[in-house]
Design a protein around this ligand. Structure first.
Ligand code: SF4
Ligand code: SF4
Length: 184
C-alpha cells in the first residue's frame, strides 16, 4: 500500500501553532451554532520537552496528529465500518455519514488524536488534508509552517531525505506514518 507521510523536524519546530490555526481554518473547526472558535477540539496539538541541564537547556517542540497507522486500532473497534485506510494514499479516513458517535475509536487510539465533534455528534481527526493532497497540494499545516519544520511526501522518500540530512528518526516507525526527526 502506498503511504503518504508528514515529517516533523524537531530541530526546526518552534511551537508557534501556526499549523494549528491554519488547520482549524481549512477544516472549518468552529462551533457555528454558538460562534465559538475554541469549542471543537483541534486536529493537531503541540507537545514539548526540556532537554539538558541548566544553563544549557533546550526545549524541543513537535506537533502530534493522527499517525495514519499501518495497523489501525481505531478502525478495528468501529462497529459500523466508518474508519478505513485509503489504499491509494495510506491516509486513515473517518466517514462522517457512517459514524454514529459511539466514541469507541476515541478510547482505542493510543495517540489520543480522535476528537468528538459535539455539534455534529461524530468523531473527527486529521485526514492529512485528503481534499488537497489528492489534487497535488501539500497538507495545509505543511504549507504554512514558518520554519519548514514540516515536509510531506512518500514515506520512503522522506526517510531517505532524513538520512541524507544526517537526522535521527525518533519514535517507533513500523506502524505509523508521521516521521519525527532530530539531529543526534
Ligand atoms: S507551524 Fe511549524 S514551527 Fe509552528 S508549531 Fe507548527 S510545525 Fe512547529
Ligand atoms: S493515530 Fe489513532 S486515529 Fe490515527 S490511525 Fe492510529 S489509532 Fe487511528
Amino acid at each position: 500500500m502506498r503511504q503518504l507521510s508528514i515529517m516533523v523536524d524537531l530541530d526546526r519546530c518552534i511551537g508557534c501553532k501556526t499549523c494549528i490555526v491554519a488547520c482549524r481554518n481549512h477544516h472549518d473547526i468552529i462551533d457555528h451554532e454558538n460562534d465559538q472558535p475554541g469549542a471543537i477540539p483541534n486536529y493537531l496539538r503541540v507537545e514539548s520537552k526540556l532537554e539538558g541541564t541548566f544553563p544549557s537547556l533546550q526545549e524541543d517542540y513537535w506537533v502530534v496528529m493522527c499517525q495514519h497507522c499501518k495497523k489501525t486500532p481505531c478502525a478495528k473497534v468501529c462497529e459500523v465500518g466508518a474508519i478505513t485506510k485509503d489504499e491509494q494514499t495510506g491516509i486513515v479516513l473517518i466517514d462522517q455519514e457512517k459514524c454514529n458517535g459511539c466514541g469507541e475509536c476515541i478510547d482505542k487510539c493510543p495517540y489520543k488524536v480522535i476528537q468528538f465533534n459535539k455539534q455534529n455528534n461524530y468523531a473527527h481527526k486529521c485526514n492529512m488534508c485528503y481534499d488537497r493532497v489528492t489534487h497535488g497540494l501539500d497538507p495545509v499545516c505543511v504549507d504554512v509552517c514558518l520554519t519548514d519544520a514540516l515536509s510531506f511526501g512518500e514515506k520512503e522518500i522522506l526517510l531517505m531525505q532524513a538520512e541524507a540530512d544526517g537526522k535521527q528518526v525518533i519514535k517507533k516507525m513500523s506502524t505509523q506514518s508521521i516521521i519525527y526527526t532530530k539531529t543526534p
